[in-house]
Design a protein around this ligand. Structure first.
Ligand code: SIN
Ligand code: MN
Length: 274
């Protein structure tokens, strides 16, 4: 493992506070990415309630909570650098609130409308505050055409903008929120205003990159019409003192083990300068 130099953290924290997202100067090596891809294949083959398909298709759209049963993903979420980064960006000890991989299959992967993650987490789970961070690792190269995340930089500083459309108490069907027309999205006119004021940035990058996203940053992504899959692994770390008091969604969507996660080094998950 490259000995990550903590000297980069103050600049990264400043960028994250300014824009609501940032890219680490480190990435996972190609062999590490291969292991994470192998796990994704195994999880998709395994099936089960954690796996969501594109509507009307057998194409897998997303898998959830796999760090609870897949050994490589369980090791990844405890990676010392990921934990250090999550703790630096939230300023608190953290645990895994949510783990998912969104696959955006070539030509079949559908869009995600404009939203703030905190809108879902607050409405669905009662997450009290946005003191969480999502660390994302692309498992494929992400380019302009395979459906990168589109961010509105600085929008997180407006805070939680409230639900655009909401069924009070949710509609009781969590699966709907992982299909192409979820609840808790932003009203398109409001999103357009924000895009006009703040502009947009795209989270493109090599497989293995490490990116961080604030729960209140406004973001979306478009359909993947390209021949290249865009699998994006996302670990949402939450402050240990911010656990939802009475979560009802399944455990593979809302982590119930809320003690501080302890780091575990594993040489298979080496980093290199990104
Ligand atoms: C998300 O907003 O949580 C995911 C969007 C995407 O995978 O493109
Ligand atoms: Mn999101």
């Amino acid at each position: 493992m490259i000995d990550t130099d903590d000297g980069h953290l103050p600049d990264l924290i400043a960028e994250y506070e300014e824009k609501g997202w940032c890219r680490s100067p480190y990435r996972f090596t190609d062999p590490a990415v291969d292991l994470l891809r192998d796990s994704l294949d195994a999880v998709c083959r395994r099936g089960g309630p954690e796996v969501v398909h594109e509507r009307g298709s057998t194409a897998v759209r997303a898998v959830h909570g796999c760090h609870e049963f897949d050994e490589a993903y369980a090791t990844l979420v405890r990676h010392p650098y990921l934990l250090k980064l999550a703790e630096a960006l939230t300023g608190t000890p953290v645990y895994v609130y949510q783990f998912k991989v969104n696959l955006k299959q070539a030509r079949e992967g559908r869009a995600w409308p404009w939203h703030q993650d905190f809108a879902f987490w607050n409405a669905e789970d009662g997450l009290p505050r946005p003191t969480a961070v999502t660390l994302a690792v692309p498992l494929d190269d992400v380019h302009e055409s395979n459906g990168p995340l589109i961010l509105v930089p600085g929008s997180h500083r407006l805070g939680y903008l409230g639900p655009g459309k909401i069924t009070p108490g949710g509609n009781g069907d969590w699966r709907k929120n992982f299909e192409a027309d979820p609840e808790h999205t932003m009203e398109p006119g409001r999103a357009r205003e924000l895009v006009t004021s703040f502009g947009t940035e795209r989270a493109t990058g090599r497989a293995g990159a490490i990116q961080a996203f604030h729960p209140n940053i406004v973001h979306s992504s478009s359909d993947n019409a390209s021949p290249d899959r865009r699998a994006l692994l996302m670990v949402s770390y939450n402050s240990v003192d911010n656990a939802p008091p009475h979560p009802t969604r399944p455990e593979f969507l809302v982590g119930r083990t809320t003690d501080q996660l302890k780091p575990k080094w594993d040489e298979r998950f080496a980093l290199e300068a990104g």
